[in-house]
Design a protein. Structure first.
Length: 169
């Protein structure tokens, strides 16, 4: 875990010297999960849960329509979940890089603690809108829809949230 955080910070520092770089903080988010587990003699059992979600992120504009966004999220259930999620975004509107409506795809890794640790791979799609407020402040309202896969179990996720950012130029 320490190596993931150090790598995330190092990438952010190296890339932040370029134009169209945004450091992000997600104070408001929700992680809704629907878990399907195969149980012998009972078939498939499903359960739903939701948790407050927060995160830190970094977005780098590759050009006026494409960007690379990385996020380190924390969700608080009876235990905790930490996920590292690189995401590739395509902006559909906006006159400058990293603004307007976007669609994206992501993949990553989720680590659960509490009641035994487990790790899950994750993948999905994102949809949202990012706007510049003033000179350097950004607001990103979006959601990710995808799944997590570990040990024969599948978890369907919906993760809406609001993210605030600061452009480094």
């Amino acid at each position: 875990m320490k190596n993931v955080i150090l790598t995330f910070l190092l990438v952010g520092l190296v890339v932040s010297l370029s134009a169209q770089s945004i450091v992000k903080f997600k104070p408001i988010g929700l992680d809704y999960q629907r878990v399907s587990v195969s149980v012998p003699f009972l078939g498939t059992v499903t359960a739903s849960s939701s948790a407050w979600d927060m995160g830190l992120g970094f977005e780098y504009g590759l050009n006026k329509t494409l960007s690379l966004n990385t996020t380190l999220n924390f969700a608080f259930y009876s235990g905790t979940m930490m996920s590292f999620t690189p995401e590739f975004r395509a902006y559909l509107t906006g006159s400058e890089a990293v603004t307007g409506f976007y669609v994206g795809g992501y993949g990553g890794l989720a680590i659960y603690t509490g009641g035994g640790s487990s790790t899950a791979g994750m993948a999905g799609a994102s949809l949202g809108f990012q706007k510049t407020l003033g000179d350097r402040i950004t607001m990103d309202v979006g959601t990710g829809i995808g799944g997590q896969f570990a040990g024969g179990n599948s978890i369907f996720n919906i993760r809406p949230g609001v993210t605030l950012g600061y452009m480094l130029y």
